[in-house]
Design a protein around this ligand. Structure first.
Ligand SMILES: *[C@@H]1O[C@H](CO)[C@@H](O)[C@H](O)[C@H]1NC(C)=O
Ligand SMILES: *[C@@H]1O[C@H](CO)[C@@H](O)[C@H](O)[C@H]1NC(C)=O
Ligand SMILES: *[C@@H]1O[C@H](CO)[C@@H](O)[C@H](O)[C@H]1NC(C)=O
Ligand SMILES: *[C@@H]1O[C@H](CO)[C@@H](O)[C@H](O)[C@H]1NC(C)=O
Length: 346
């Protein structure tokens, strides 16, 4: 059987794709950044989201499946939960008010994912005693990677290895089922390629599901049904061939997306089509880029939910030295606040 070792290049050797001169240079000269919190080296932060009270929630990949809370007002972190038997957290989303869903799995930075190892959990933060329950084991999925909430009964995740969008439906009695909700060229994986991962980051921002496809270097959206998650219109490719995209966030007004590019060390802004037939704007750097140390290995982004609603918080995996991936982590994963000064946010 072919070794999953070939997955490694995805995570470590993509810097050849990292620069594209068609990017506009710094588009927000007024942008200011601040390190909110840095974890010890090496720590790979893979996801980030924001609780209702403004505290950030992040998960670790490749060492221990830990979920941490980071308070951007005090710049402190605390362990919320550690999932034994797994080494990675691969998705975090708010399922319902103060009820969070998390994907854990086994993922080796040297050997790739353990296929079918994904499990979805519920973390109930409604009361001071945190309750953690298993929702479903995703034995039939390949690599469950990235999680978004469609409605309080339905979660969608990217299956980066099978190249589709999976759906987890929760029943009132606590049972859950897994089915494939979306397939298609823009989701496809490339199992024989050096960069095999297809659909990767995803976010539901009604009426669209937005996602990135890693090997295709695409950023895509499709209108989906709010109950089933199935397509109700055609895919729109919002950007392609700029390099490796990871996770993304859509501004509350639905007019702008912010997508991170780990190897290019940047956060890019893309103006979204608002009217039918309109095209997405060309991606623009918000911050970071070649030679920058602000966002090495950016993995995901989230908006503040308090008075910091215009602030984007970006998680990183610490970056890597060298262009060919066998390099060493530069620094511990960190959370960086990016103050957009109101631009593109609301
Ligand atoms: C840069 O982007 C342009 C426009 O999307 C594309 O045609 C070109 O192939 C890209 N170059 C690289 C090196 O990715
Ligand atoms: C926000 O909520 C979480 C979960 O209940 C809690 O641990 C944290 O301390 C809260 N943050 C603030 C700033 O109150
Ligand atoms: C829970 O509900 C689902 C669908 O609503 C049903 O298929 C399943 O059998 C129920 N499970 C139990 C243990 O009652
Ligand atoms: C990948 O390679 C294997 C072995 O050569 C082949 O059987 C399979 O069809 C290929 N898959 C794709 C999607 O190209």
């Amino acid at each position: 059987m072919r070794s999953l070792r070939s997955l490694v290049p995805l995570l470590f050797t993509a810097s050849s794709l990292a620069t594209n001169s068609s990017y506009s240079p710094v588009s927000h000269p007024q942008v200011v950044t601040r390190v909110v919190y840095q974890f010890p080296k090496p720590t790979w932060l893979e996801n980030i989201a924001t609780l209702r009270n403004g505290t950030l929630i992040t998960g670790i990949l490749g060492s221990s499946a830990e979920v941490h809370l980071v308070d951007p007002t005090t710049n402190t972190a605390s362990l919320l939960h550690s999932f034994s038997g797994f080494n990675s957290v691969l998705g975090i989303t708010e399922l319902d008010t103060d009820i969070w869903a998390v994907i854990t799995a086994n993922y080796s930075p040297t050997d790739g994912p353990t296929l079918g190892s994904g499990v979805v959990w519920k973390i109930d933060l409604q009361n001071s005693d945190v309750k953690v329950d298993k929702i479903i084991e995703l034995k039939d999925a390949g690599m469950a990677n990235g999680l978004t909430t469609l409605n309080p009964q339905t979660l969608l995740f990217a299956d980066s290895f099978h190249g589709n969008i999976g759906r987890v439906t929760l029943s009132p009695n606590g049972s859950a089922t897994y089915t494939v909700a979306l397939t298609g060229t823009n989701l496809d994986a490339n199992p024989n390629g050096t960069m095999p991962l297809g659909a990767n980051g995803l976010k539901y921002a009604a009426p669209f599901l937005y996602w990135t496809n890693t090997w295709e270097s695409r950023f895509v959206r499709a209108p989906i049904d709010a109950q089933t998650g199935e397509r109700v219109g055609e895919d729109e490719v919002l950007d392609e061939e700029q390099g490796v995209y990871d996770d993304l966030v859509v501004a509350r007004d639905g007019k702008t997306a912010y997508v991170v590019r780990p190897y290019a060390k940047t956060l890019v802004e893309i103006a979204l089509p608002v009217k039918k037939g309109e095209k997405a704007g060309a991606p623009r750097f918000v911050v970071g880029g070649t030679g920058s140390t602000v966002l090495p290995g950016a993995t995901a982004a989230t908006f503040g939910r308090g008075s910091d609603r215009g602030v984007l918080y970006v998680s990183t995996q610490g970056g890597n030295t060298g262009d060919n991936g066998e390099g060493v982590t530069l620094e511990g994963g960190k959370i960086v606040a990016v103050y957009l000064n109101g631009v593109g946010a609301c």
